[in-house]
Design a protein around this ligand. Sequence first.
Ligand SMILES: Nc1ncnc2c1ncn2[C@@H]1O[C@H](COP(=O)(O)OP(=O)(O)O)[C@@H](O)[C@H]1O
Ligand SMILES: NC(=O)OP(=O)(O)O
Length: 309
Amino acid sequence: MKKRVVVALGHRALGTTLPEQMVAVNKTAKSIADLIEEGYQVAITHSNAPQVGMIHTAMNEFGKTHDNYTSAPMSVCSAMSQGYIGYDLQNGIREELLNRGIYRTVSTVLTQVIVDPYDEAFYTPTKVLGRYMTAEEAEEERRKGNYVVEEPGKGFRRVVAAPNPVQIVELDAVKALLDADQLVIACGGGGIPVLEQDNHLKGASAVIEKDLAAGKLAEGIDADKLIILTSVEQVCINLGHPDEEKLGEITVEQAKKYMEEGHFGIYNMLPKFRAAVEFIEQRDGRSALITSFDKVKDGIKGRAGTIIE
Ligand SMILES: Nc1ncnc2c1ncn2[C@@H]1O[C@H](COP(=O)(O)OP(=O)(O)O)[C@@H](O)[C@H]1O
Ligand SMILES: NC(=O)OP(=O)(O)O
């Protein structure tokens, strides 16, 4: 049986504008194609903060000045970001595989992820999105009940909750595609956050941390490996200090110790470690790799990146 892997793509895989994304996904596609050539079944998830911010701004600013346009809630903007990013990724990967003589369907599953309405994150939003606003615009957002943070010298930005992923609604569809040996892009941008209300799923004004959704997806499809592709080749302890040290192969116990000691950024590296540790601890034989896009091939052979086993 083929080994299964979930690959979480960070900002660098996608760029921040439409033209940047077109270029970035072609590079990313090479790393994914390498994994297919190594014999893995691959499910991909990805970042979306710049894209969902751009979509949210576009959808909600236009409506202010034009009649007959209604604003789009964050959950709808998340769905749009999954579609737009998935579209570029699907085609980039399909083309790279065809260039290597491999035909494989690549599909994007619009994925909803159930979150807990009482998640602490709803009381302390942390995910910063969208364009910089003036003080007056920020005040208007606050009046509407939205959270805003000031970035000194730059302006104000919208900030939304980042609740934990609880359950992936379309998990069976993802599994069915993987069982058919196809590539799947799922839980993009952490998934569309939804609240369960009897049979109804109500979109939540939130953005789920994509690394945590990747871990949830990896658990759900019973993956063997979780690969998190980011902007650094290796994770460091004592980052920025004279005794900075790059991490190669470490155990889960070491990873937990470093997490407790506070070596990792709360909103960037820590969620990657949380996802990796939770995933590995669920069953024997699993591992996680955190590295940069160009090091995947070496990383899966244990020759690059930070590997948690
Ligand atoms: N201990 C650490 N070692 C390496 N990078 C770290 C560490 N703590 C925080 N970081 C930061 O995490 C960033 C990668 O996370 P993030 O910005 O969320 O990217 P991505 O979009 O790829 O998930 C790095 O660019 C680095 O600045
Ligand atoms: N959804 C999410 O975590 O996006 P970013 O990685 O872009 O912050």
